[in-house]
Design a protein around this ligand. Structure first.
Ligand code: HEC
Length: 198
């Protein structure tokens, strides 16, 4: 077959394809459903619907104290955050600011729970969803309350014997909270982008 005939055949095939495409609109071509996936079950949604708001909404039942949290911290957290939460090698969790909120003046200052976090409830939320990083979600709610109490106590935010639960945790006032303000800026709809002139 000569090259010229091949080109001719290719042209015919393309032409036929083009004609067929013109007769089927994209809407007709797309099926209403592709037959893959299924709706998530309520229990599947509940398993990942674990967010805790700053005001404590979303906190589960359960309780824990710093004394209960200490052995859990030593077993499951100290290897990465240090024996007292100050040593690392990963994020420093414990430490109070000696003066003010001087992160912009001293970029080497570690952001800890005691000197930076505005809400105690976030400690629960974060630890429950993300720690330890090798097995997130593996801690029971009581263990997370106990670890939260341990970390808040280590940061000198709560009393030694304070019990953390869904009622007490949202009432804990964090030292750095006054440096944060709610974002009350109004959200305006985006302006339409002007069409480019031809
Ligand atoms: C294998 C190492 C490892 C272990 C074990 C571990 N963490 Fe972490 N943790 C990290 C790393 C890495 C980060 C930083 C994650 C990031 O910024 O994305 C972190 C971040 C955190 C933070 C947030 C720090 C901040 O200021 O942003 C908290 C709180 C925390 N871990 C608590 C815990 C607790 C409680 C445990 C024990 C249940 C634990 N971690 C176990 C490695 C670890």
């Amino acid at each position: 077959m000569t090259l010229r005939v091949l080109c001719l055949l290719a042209g015919v095939a393309l032409g036929a394809g083009g004609a067929a495409a013109q007769t089927v609109s994209p809407r007709q071509a797309a099926p209403a459903r592709y037959g893959i996936g299924r709706p998530a079950t309520p229990s599947e949604i509940a398993a990942i619907d674990i967010d805790v708001r700053p005001d404590g909404r979303g906190l589960p039942a359960g309780r824990g104290t710093a004394a209960e949290g200490a052995p859990i911290y030593a077993a499951k957290c100290a290897a990465c955050h240090g024996a007292t939460g100050k040593e690392g090698p990963n994020d420093v969790l414990v430490g109070r600011a000696s003066q003010g909120f001087s992160f912009s003046q001293d970029p080497s200052l570690p952001h800890t729970i005691g000197n930076y976090w505005p809400y105690a409830t976030t400690v629960f939320d974060y630890v429950r969803r993300a720690m330890p990083p090798t097995a997130p979600g593996s801690l029971t709610d009581d263990e997370v309350y106990a670890l939260t109490a341990f970390l808040l106590r280590a940061n000198e935010v709560i009393a030694e014997d304070a019990v953390m639960d869904r009622t007490t945790l949202p009432k804990v006032a964090m030292p750095a909270q006054r440096y944060f303000a709610p974002d009350t800026r109004r959200q305006y709809p985006a302006k339409p982008t002007p069409k480019p002139q031809p």
